[in-house]
Design a protein around this ligand. Structure first.
Ligand SMILES: *Cc1c(COP(=O)(O)O)cnc(C)c1O
Length: 564
């Protein structure tokens, strides 16, 4: 048995397949309901992925379909112990004949005493990034059982280099950020945070834009991960018993609620459960700040559309994998999950999201919902200054608005689809100050390139000056209000407005101002209808005239015309 350490799990898989001599046009069998990390190495080698559908209860390869997938061009079979459920390797080896079998052990804690898992095929690979049983930063390992393969790989390994030190530093920072988030107990937002930061270019994302050109496939494990790995592995092994207890609790609860769970393994990485309304459940989990996994979201996570087809997946070819992507959520099985956490997770299964019909949500919001708000702002307030900063900057802004105690954001959804929102602040000047203090480091990369264009700086300064200008008007104000065209006139605007005015009342505000661009005719009509007074005209940006309205929150109770 020989081990080789690589930059990450997929690099280890690539090295194994390369060692096996897999090249252009060769077929490699994989299961559908996997992630792009498994397919990237094949693309890099110009090999052809052949997808085998999964079993609906184990989420691993349906072995009754394996034999039919093997052809004269098959050069390897990759089996994946999905969520930690072991594949029946004896059966795989019988079907495989002379074709080498590689085990994807990314979801397995490598046992101290070696059992059949990870030791049966010619080689196995592990991954040590976030979300895996041993978290050591980004890294991967190949464990090679076949002596000939080991010899080839040893020779090839000499050409692998450590990652450049700049990358090493970024990866170390990411690992530390993960540790901090774990300490703070905010792992429920971690995935979304990474996605957001990687869109802003602040962290290295999980999937390469160009696999063929990526230098990562020639890198060894970073030095810091290599240093950390023995300690982190020992720690993970010590936690196995506690994790088994957590898994048993989930299993008992999930079975009691009438859902299927895979054959018990001790312990799985996650407990997968197929639910009727995955989207709704994940939204509800986010609202309750519960950590529930959405992967794999497609047969080759996270690829969709043309990217999925470019990965060689033919839509409709693996119906069980597509079904699982559509329905399966998973609960984390970590040592720090308390019985209370398990109960809260199970409660989600007991109360599926209400789903249909327009509803107004008050947060906490998922990142997808915040993005939807930013996109609505960009399209519906297309000519505004903030829209000119772009959707990523708006996302940062609205995330702040949603989380700040100076503000309220209400989002209208119809059948889960965001269709409008309203937001207001008790004190916009305080909000702006707080935003600059807390978010400059997230906002800067999105904002700076756009602000550094002629004219923009002046408008930004005007916006800040406006926010700080004191006058005889109330400080409480409606910051933004959007209802998408298809749902206008359905009373939704009224409902959103009411919710925000209720919030202002609860915070002791009796009067609220609304500043609306002169050309926003629908808004003027709406404010007149609800009984707001026109208090005058202003111009926030030189040359852009606006009307200022004042609304007395007490009006709502007295004026029946304004209640829907
Ligand atoms: C995470 C993962 C990998 C590869 O991991 P990286 O270290 O990110 O390259 C491979 N297979 C599966 C099933 C995984 O979940």
């Amino acid at each position: 048995m020989t081990e080789f350490l690589y930059y990450r799990g997929r690099v280890a898989l690539h090295a194994i397949l390369r060692g096996l001599g897999v090249g252009p046009g060769d077929e490699v069998i994989v299961q559908a309901y996997t992630c792009a990390a498994v397919i990237e190495p094949l693309q890099r080698l110009q090999a052809v992925p052949v997808y085998v559908d999964i079993d609906r209860t184990t989420y691993t390869m349906d072995l009754s379909r394996l034999a039919a997938a093997v052809t004269g061009r098959t050069r390897a079979i990759v089996v994946q112990h999905t969520f930690g459920t072991p594949v029946d390797l004896d059966r795989v080896l019988k079907i495989a004949g002379n074709v080498p079998v590689v085990e994807d052990c990314a979801h397995i804690t490598e046992p101290a005493e070696r059992g059949p898992v990870g030791r049966t095929g010619v080689a196995a690979f592990y991954s040590y990034e976030w979300g895996k049983p041993v978290i050591a930063g980004v890294g991967g390992k190949a464990v090679v059982n076949d002596e000939r393969l080991a010899a080839t790989m040893r020779e090839q390994y000499t050409a692998y280099t450590p990652p450049p030190s700049r990358r090493e530093a970024v990866m170390t920072a990411q690992f530390l950020a993960h540790q901090v988030a774990t300490e703070l107990g905010v792992t429920w937002r971690l995935r979304a945070l990474y996605r957001r930061l990687s869109r802003l270019g602040l962290v290295v994302g999980s999937y390469a834009a160009d696999v063929a050109a990526s230098p990562e496939y020639e890198w060894r494990m970073t030095r810091s991960v290599r240093r950390r790995l023995p300690r982190r592995t020992a720690r993970a092994r010590k936690q196995l018993t506690r994790r088994a207890t957590v898994a048993a609790r989930y299993r008992a609860g999930v079975t009691r609620l009438g859902f299927d769970v895979p054959t018990p393994v001790t312990p799985p990485l996650r407990v997968p459960v197929a639910v009727p309304d995955k989207r709704g459940l994940l939204d509800e989990a986010a609202r309750r700040r519960l950590e529930v996994g959405d992967w794999f979201t497609t047969p080759v996570h996270p690829l969709t559309g043309a990217d999925l087809e470019a990965a060689g997946y033919r839509p409709g070819s693996c119906p069980n994998a597509e079904w699982a992507a559509e329905h399966v959520v998973s609960f984390p099985v970590r040592a720090d999950i308390s019985p209370h956490d398990v109960e809260r997770g199970l409660d989600l299964l007991d109360s599926p999201d209400a789903g249909e019909g327009p509803r107004i949500l008050s947060g906490p919001f998922t990142d997808a919902q915040i993005r939807a708000v930013a996109e609505m702002h960009a399209t519906e307030v297309a000519h505004g200054f903030l829209s000119s900063l772009g959707v990523p900057a708006l996302e940062v802004l609205y995330r702040h608005v949603a989380d700040s105690r100076h503000c309220a954001l209400f989002l209208a959804v119809d059948g889960g689809r965001p269709v409008g929102y309203i937001c207001g602040s008790l004190d916009t000047a305080a909000l702006v100050r707080e935003f600059i203090r807390r978010r400059w480091w997230v906002a800067a990369p999105a904002l700076l390139p756009r602000l550094l264009r002629p004219g923009r700086i002046f408008r930004a300064i005007e916006t800040l000056r406006y926010a700080q200008a004191g006058d005889d008007l109330p400080r409480a104000e409606v910051i933004n209000f959007v209802v998408r065209p298809p749902v206008r006139g359905a009373g939704l605007a009224q409902d959103l407005f009411e919710r925000l005015m209720d919030w202002f009342s609860e915070h002791g505000e009796t009067a609220v101002k609304m500043v609306t661009g002169e050309q926003q005719r629908r808004a003027h009509g709406f404010y007149r209808k609800v009984g707001a007074e026109l208090r005058g005209h202003t111009s926030i940006h030189s040359g852009a005239a606006s009307r200022v309205y004042l609304y007395r929150t007490a009006l709502r109770q007295q004026n029946p015309q304004t209640t829907p």
